[in-house]
Design a protein around this ligand. Sequence first.
Ligand code: G6P
Ligand code: MN
Length: 426
Amino acid sequence: MKLAILGGGGFRVPLVHGALLTGRDVTELVLHDVDAGRLAAIERVLAEQAAGADDAPRVRTTTDLATALSDVDFVFSAIRVGGLRGRQLDEQVASAEGVLGQETAGAGGIAYGLRTVPVAVRLARTIGELAPRAWVINFTNPAGMVTEAMAAHLGGRVIGICDSPVGLCRRVALALGVDPATAWFDYAGLNHLGWLRAVRVGGEDVLPRLLADTAAVESFEEGKLFGADWLRALGALPNEYLHYYYFAREAAGSESRGALLLQQQRRFYEEPSLASWERTRLEREATYMAETREGERDDLEGGGYEKVALALMRALSGGERTTLILNVRNGSALPGLPSDAVVEVPCVVDANGARPVAAATLPDHALGLVTAVKAVERATIEAATTGSRAAALRAFALHPLVGSVPVARRLLERYLAAHPELSYLA
Ligand code: G6P
Ligand code: MN
């Protein structure tokens, strides 16, 4: 099998390569990037990482998209338009207006979407032409929005992934002492905006049992983040990103993750080697959102982007049918959302693709939030695909974490001034 990674010079590519070394699924790995220097850095790390491994995939790098896509079976799209510098600017502009500038949520997510969707759509079109039978696994954030924009060209051939739902489910299973393989996790919503509403074991929902036990709830990341009293009041376990909504005042204007990562990774790209990659990776984990997140993310069994991607790739290439929480077009799975809206729900995956499993309607408070944020995502996609400045303003102004038309106007102005990629809106 041939796999192409778009954004192949990205810092996380060695994690994917490391996961590939544990199987024999991929024989040829092509890294594509617009930046030849970053490609060379990652190529070096992969060569060191593969040393001594049997059956390591053959690795090639290219800055030519057509070369990367020729005869490809799988495409991982993991680009970061504007790089970490762009992420830093997204944070700074929002911060200056006292609103959230996070990578995927609030004003920062809109700015990142406006920069990314035009590029993702161009990629989707090219993949549709040059590799129409390839499966496209989208890692690129904001993942729900980007997957939806790509799906207009690729339909069910593009599937968006995130490690946070599976991470939440694993942590909950561990706190409950249940084997995740035997449980059904009733998780539903949008990417970075979902809720675990029930955990069925032997047909019985065991989540109330967990919520009643303060010590057990507060033994894991989301429980600590939200507090057992709030989770009991809510009656569900939210994705960690809902912290930005439920603690909106506390979170706004405080992001500086992009700046930190930029500083850490700069050193690696200046002096690339497996050792310096490993050092930087550990540094990054150590600083993982000190306030809101904790610990090592890659310790999740079955979690971690690369593991989700590998499980998905195996099922799509004809391995055992499996269930994964993925970003796909809704169809009629989640009541109250349009059929072509990309949602994040459990899907049955096999060689025919990922089919979302019918879910119960979200409770009013969740459906309201999901509907509002989906409208913002769609306004962002509209702006990005038509160049409509009005649609971009609508996206900022209607976001529940912005909450002010004057602020939205200024955000739009300032993002346009900060990012050359947004000149299409000027
Ligand atoms: C989690 C999320 C990703 C996000 C990442 C940010 O894994 O699911 O969507 O990109 O965190 O990590 P970073 O180290 O870049 O802040
Ligand atoms: Mn994610």
